[in-house]
Design a protein around this ligand. Structure first.
Ligand SMILES: NC(=O)CC[C@H](N)C(=O)O
Length: 195
């Protein structure tokens, strides 16, 4: 199985390193042709406004939007969560999201850079607490019927799943804990088995 990491901006290397330890082939994706080869995609943390612009500039927005709509398994952390939201609040006027999860996400909801924090949280589908790192993180304000909430912090939704699309407001790629990446790999493999 080949899992791509959208490599236009953000913590690409960290995701590639985590995936490489999950018994899959992990590859950066910068060009439409590279997208054709992947069985799943990770959208890293970074800055969603910049990622949105670069996706358009690199002619990746439309093909990636289409593949996700057609069922490509996807996992987004932080800025990646914003990119996978059908609706974004407090985005820049020209900011576009790829969509994939029927949810409304608020950018920078937990505050500014100085308000970044770390917390042990429970995630359904993962055994035991997860050390979650939040950096100018979004939260989820609304989820549609098909969306499963898998993690919350102080009553705020910070991890969700809809079919084979997973999103976290925190950064599992920064802690060396592979459990969230493994959860995603399992989701992607299940999709492959189903055909
Ligand atoms: N750590 C992050 O990915 C921050 C996300 C950033 N605040 C954004 O809006 O894209």
């Amino acid at each position: 199985m080949i899992i791509g990491v959208l490599a236009l901006q953000g913590d690409v290397r960290e995701h590639l390193a985590a995936l490489a330890e999950c018994d899959v082939i992990a590859r950066p994706v910068r060009r439409p042709a590279e997208l054709d080869d992947v069985d799943a995609i990770v959208i890293p943390g970074g800055e969603s406004t910049t990622m949105s612009k670069l996706l358009v500039d690199f002619e990746l927005f439309e093909p990636l939007h289409k593949r996700i709509a057609e069922g490509l398994p996807a996992f987004g952390s932080c800025a990646g969560m914003i990119m996978l939201a059908d609706e974004v609040l407090d985005g820049r006027p020209d900011q576009r999201s790829l969509g994939g999860i029927d949810m409304t996400v608020r950018r920078n909801a937990f505050g500014r850079q100085v308000d970044s924090f770390e917390k042990e949280i429970e995630l359904s589908g993962v055994d035991g607490p997860v050390h979650a790192v939040f950096i100018r993180a979004p939260w989820v304000e609304r989820v549609g019927e098909g969306v499963t909430v898998i993690g919350e912090v102080d009553g705020r939704i910070v991890a969700v799943r809809q079919r084979n699309v997973l999103a976290t407001a925190f950064h599992p790629e920064l802690t060396g804990d592979l459990r969230v990446h493994r959860l995603f790999v399992d989701m992607a493999r299940a999709q492959q088995t189903e055909g």
